[in-house]
Design a protein around this ligand. Structure first.
Ligand SMILES: [Zn+2]
Length: 266
């Protein structure tokens, strides 16, 4: 007897019904990007040199996909701070935000560095940020079939304890049925990542995580993302500039002798 080709033996693909999409581009208020470049200028003006700093992209609870502003936390080791970006740092900053504002990603500057892209050091931080913000940005993105081989269908009050030994998964219903399809919710979350430099360049990525609530099947991915600016650049008054300068003086400070292992590796 000839074997049938493997393709004919393949089980059909489990069905998947999309529910909602995750952002594929970063929509940001033009003012927020401008603020990032202003921070670069302020750092140079205050410290006389370019320093790498990091901040968070901020959205609103009702508009979590939109970057409305950039938040600057207390940077404690500029040059490389974010090498140590931790859940505690993010949590502390999140607590300081007004109600209704949430963190939807992170932004950092490479200052005058010639590397105009994310480095390997940054990769770890993407994970930390995604882990933290993913919980508040989570949404159901699909219903996906959980294929079950040997499903045991039992009827309430009408099965014996030994019936539970049958099958790989058992479903107990209130009336007899002969067939069942199990669909799990797939939750998706994401975080934005933006890197900027003194010359006015910027690069963006979005990092994604999806997991099936029943199967526990998880998938992480990321991709380059276009930056879509909304609105015009802001009018920067003297007092805006003064308060940003004051913030930069307080939160971004050079560390002249950073431990070698925290230096960003290219
Ligand atoms: Zn970097």
């Amino acid at each position: 007897m000839r074997l049938r080709s493997l393709s004919t033996l393949k089980r059909p693909e489990p069905r998947e019904v999309p529910l909602a999409a995750l952002p594929r581009a970063i929509t940001m208020a033009a003012q927020a990007l401008e603020k990032a470049f202003r921070i670069n200028e302020m750092v140079l003006a205050v410290h006389g040199e370019s320093l790498e700093w990091y901040g968070f992209t901020l959205g609103l609870v009702e508009q979590p996909d939109f970057v409305a502003d950039i938040g600057l936390p207390q940077n404690d080791l500029n040059l490389t701070v974010y090498a140590g970006l931790s859940a505690e740092t993010i949590a502390r900053f999140q607590e300081s935000l007004p109600k209704g504002t949430l963190i939807n990603g992170w932004i950092h500057s490479h200052g005058a560095l010639t590397v105009k892209d994310f480095s390997r050091t940054d990769a770890r931080n993407h994970e930390v940020v995604l882990d933290f913000v993913g919980a508040s940005l989570k949404r159901p993105v699909a219903k996906r079939e959980v294929p079950v081989r040997d499903l045991a269908l039992l009827v309430r009050d009408r099965y014996a304890p030994q019936d539970l030994a049958k099958g790989t998964v058992a479903i107990i219903t209130d009336a007899p049925i002969t067939e069942a399809v199990i669909l799990e919710t797939v939750y998706g979350s994401w975080c934005f990542a933006v890197v900027v430099g003194d010359d006015g360049w910027h690069r963006q990525e979005i990092h994604y995580r999806e997991y099936g609530i029943l199967s526990g099947q998880a998938r992480v991915s990321h991709g380059d993302a276009e930056l879509v600016l909304v609105g015009a650049g802001g009018e920067w008054s003297h007092s805006d500039s003064r308060s940003l300068r004051e913030e930069v003086e307080r939160k971004v400070r050079p560390n002249k002798n950073p431990p070698l292992e925290t230096l960003e590796r290219m």
